[in-house]
Design a protein around this ligand. Structure first.
Ligand code: GSH
Length: 213
């Protein structure tokens, strides 16, 4: 059994969507981030940086438990465990890794900065870097748009991969990020395509959060 420590956030959803897409059995331990449960000593033994998501695979390599943190590492671990969503053909694998790294770095980090700047502004606090990060986010959306411009159906080609799972939960928040998704038609088509997948829809709401975010 795999235990998922998470909340349905931009990073937590990468892990839950992957678990759903791979059809793996798992149990969820929700973390209350507002109560800073992720900074408690018991959780720091799982992830010393005190962030979700984390998985503990009780049936890890050699039949022994293994703990994995960092959403990108979780995606690769589960792909290798199941043989799903990470191509083995070198050219396709390189394409997948390229967009996976882009999604786990630029897409994620820029989306997080915009997210927090918007929350600060809406909470009446100074958000001096909002414009800077919004401009950077437009560059990220522009790069994804160009990457999809050759007609490919998914980030890394014609197959759905972990690169799509890494990007989707952040693009899912395009309204909150104050992005006009219609300005990026290839990305919008990709977003709708990925969002129709049953595994993606299930994984978005793990653990259920009920506030529409
Ligand atoms: N690089 C990490 C980022 C994880 C992360 O920032 N998670 C956020 C939720 S989206 C979190 O745990 N925030 C609570 C905190 O930082 O205390 C990953 O990809 O897993």
């Amino acid at each position: 059994m795999i235990v998922l420590y998470s909340k349905a956030t931009g990073n937590g959803r990468k892990a839950s969507i992957m678990l759903e897409e791979c059809g793996l059995g798992y149990r969820v331990r929700p973390l209350d981030l507002d109560a800073r449960e992720q900074k408690q000593p018991w959780f720091l033994t799982l992830n010393p940086q005190g962030r979700i998501p984390v998985i503990v695979d009780e049936d890890g390599p050699g039949g022994k438990p293994v703990t994995v943190f960092e959403s990108g590492a979780i995606l690769v671990y589960l792909a290798e465990k199941t043989g799903k969503l990470l191509p083995t053909v070198p050219r396709e694998r390189a394409e997948t890794m390229k967009w996976l790294m882009y999604a786990t770095s630029h897409v994620t980090f820029t989306g997080m900065q915009v997210h927090w700047q918007v929350r600060l502004r809406d909470g009446g606090k100074p958000a001096a870097l909002l414009d800077v990060w919004k401009e950077e986010n437009e560059r990220v959306y522009g790069a994804l748009e160009l990457g999809l411009a050759d007609g490919r159906r998914f980030m890394a080609g014609d197959s759905f991969t972990i690169a799509d799972i890494a990007a989707y939960p952040w693009i899912y928040r395009w309204r909150f990020q104050e992005i006009a998704l219609g300005d990026y038609p290839n990305l919008e088509a990709w977003f709708n395509r990925v969002g129709q997948r049953p595994g993606v829809r299930r994984g978005l709401d793990v653990p259920p959060r009920g506030d529409g975010m």
